[in-house]
Design a protein around this ligand. Structure first.
Ligand code: G6P
Ligand code: ZN
Length: 542
């Protein structure tokens, strides 16, 4: 029943920030997916008879690869695979299922916020038993294995019916097709005050969630429309489609603009939110107020006790380095530990496992907590609804009051996409050479206090990550950060992160780009962005 199939290695199966991501036609090459899946299994030890969790964001090619994973897991000796009905599991839900059922690990099929379809992106990612993305030690081993693989093993069996919940036999292994939503929805109901949110909604507060044709549709419908009583249709683009209905499922001011405009309109909803392809990112918009991801982290941390799951307070906060320091001010005031990590959710795992932090966030629309080991879009949205319901104030009021208490961190990210790789590397190298000479220099009213190339020593396992972005810090708490993206697929993407701290509440109403204008021009002066990239402005501003 088990077939051993000879194969030849592909040389490009190096997992990136979040697993192996390639275009569908790459994955569809002969044995391409099989090679990678077998390389995962070959890099793991001790899973015989154990459970594996499998699911994806529903994008094009999801079902085909799930059948391969099931048959290859049976051949590899797993005792059981738990797979989401229809092949669906959001990334945070998969993380939760792995943890709840003490599975050995999980395979998540997703390319996150990238478009889906026959010529668009696909991805395979392995998560370990704590529910989080595999650490580099494992992804390196997978890559090494993929370079020399000569055969894979697969059960010769019929496809499993993924649409029917129940237990099935596959060559001696059990396949359990599970309701992808139930466990996750139950967890959210434990963490948040659903009764208070129900009252808010029945009192006329209008909430809209845009699932962008991606995986959170069924989750948001169950939670918002069924359990919280929002009217049918409150979840938009709620059916996960293989091509996301042509959407670019990335919740930000560019790709979720329709939702943003609707909430900002006079008769639009009071609260709007969106999630990405696999459900781990979030965007929150209140009437008259877009909440930046950095502020969102700070405000969730400051108001954590509003939610039953965090009623005893939080252990600490972590943010990625480019994320604004708004959360730092909350940590300081509440006497909490504060950790600044490199970009990438995987850096939060050790801190959460060690109980050092409870909530974490990144400027790239990621927020989450130790309830799972992935960032969690719906969790963040529900946290906001919980805070609004308990405080009985609007999103805009909550944000403004937060700024008044802690000061406002004006914040923006400018992306220069598909820049020539050599030019981008040259810019970063030139900056590195300048670092030592910057402190003490003044640019207009701005005086450089410090400048460095960010490095991180993990306080739990001592591992060191260097070259994580160049920071230029000015007196008074303003800064500019330069970094090359680790997730881009063509050329290089230069990210410029700009932040100004403004303690004075009478100056909290300036338009963001205007409030940052001098820093933006200093960043160009220091890094010669226009000259070196040949661009007269960024491609995307968030
Ligand atoms: C993914 C990761 C995040 C990261 C983001 C941006 O979503 O899960 O942790 O912040 O990519 O990464 P980049 O390297 O493109 O700035
Ligand atoms: Zn994602």
């Amino acid at each position: 029943m088990i077939r051993t199939v000879p194969t030849a290695p592909y040389k490009d199966q190096k997992p990136g920030t979040s697993g192996l991501r390639k275009k569908v036609p790459v994955f569809a090459q002969e044995n391409y997916a099989e090679n990678f899946i077998q390389s995962i299994f070959d890099s793991l030890e001790g899973f015989a008879g154990q459970a594996l969790v499998v699911g994806g964001d529903g994008r094009y090619y999801n079902r085909e690869v799930i059948q391969k994973v099931l048959k290859m897991a049976a051949a590899a000796g797993f005792g059981k695979v738990m797979v989401g009905q229809g092949g669906i599991l959001s990334t945070p839900a998969a993380s939760h299922v792995i943890r709840k059922y003490k599975a050995f690990g999980g395979i998540i099929l997703s390319a996150s916020h990238n478009p889906g379809g026959p010529t668009e992106d696909f991805g395979i990612k392995y998560n370990i038993g704590n529910g989080g993305p595999a650490p580099e030690k494992i992804t390196e081993a997978i890559f090494e294995r993929s370079r020399i693989i000569e055969e894979y093993r697969i059960a010769d069996a019929a496809d499993i019916d993924l649409d029917t919940v129940g237990s099935f036999d596959l060559a001696g292994m059990t396949v359990e097709v599970i309701d992808p939503v139930a466990d996750y929805a139950a967890l959210m109901e434990e963490l948040f005050d659903f009764a208070a949110i129900r009252d808010l909604i029945s009192g006329g507060f209008r909430v809209v969630i845009d699932s962008m044709g991606a995986v959170t549709g069924p989750y948001a419908r169950e939670i918002l429309e069924k359990r919280l009583g929002a009217p049918a249709g409150s979840v938009r683009n709620a059916t996960p489609l293989p091509d996301f209905g042509g959407h670019h499922p990335d919740p930000n001011l560019v790709h979720a603009k329709e939702l943003y405009d609707d909430v900002m309109s006079a008769d639009g909803p009071d609260f709007g939110a969106a999630s990405d392809g696999d459900g781990d990112r979030n965007m929150v918009v209140g009437k008259g107020m877009f909440v930046t991801p950095s502020d969102s982290l700070a405000i969730i941390a400051a108001n954590a006790r509003c939610a039953p799951g965090y009623a005893d307070g939080i252990a600490g906060i972590a943010r990625s380095m480019p994320t604004s320091a708004a959360a730092d001010r909350v940590a300081e005031k509440l006497g909490l530990g504060m950790y600044e990590t490199p970009t990438g959710w995987k850096y939060f795992g050790n801190l959460m496992d060690a109980g050092k932090v409870t909530v974490c966030g990144e400027e790239s629309f990621g927020t989450g907590s130790s309830h799972v080991r992935e960032k969690d879009g719906l969790w963040a949205i529900l946290f906001w609804l919980n805070i609004v319901a308990v405080r009985k104030e609007s999103v805009a009021e909550i944000v403004r009051m937060h700024w008044a208490e802690y000061g406002r961190n004006y914040y923006s990210r400018h992306d220069y996409e598909e820049v020539d790789t050599d030019a981008a590397n040259g810019l970063m190298d030139a900056l590195r050479e300048k670092l030592a000479s910057l402190p003490g220099q003044t640019f207009g009213d701005l005086k450089v206090e410090a400048a460095d190339d960010f490095a991180y020593t993990d306080p739990i396992d001592g591992s060191i990550s260097t070259n994580q972005g160049i920071r230029v810090l000015f007196q008074g708490g303003s800064r500019v950060v330069f970094r090359l993206s680790g997730t881009g697929t063509s050329g290089a993407t230069l990210r410029l992160y700009v932040e100004r701290y403004e303690p004075d509440a009478t100056r909290h109403d300036v338009e963001t780009q205007a409030a940052l204008a001098d820093l933006i021009s200093v960043a160009d002066e220091i890094a010669e962005i226009a000259k070196r990239t040949g661009r007269d402005g960024p491609t995307v501003i968030t």
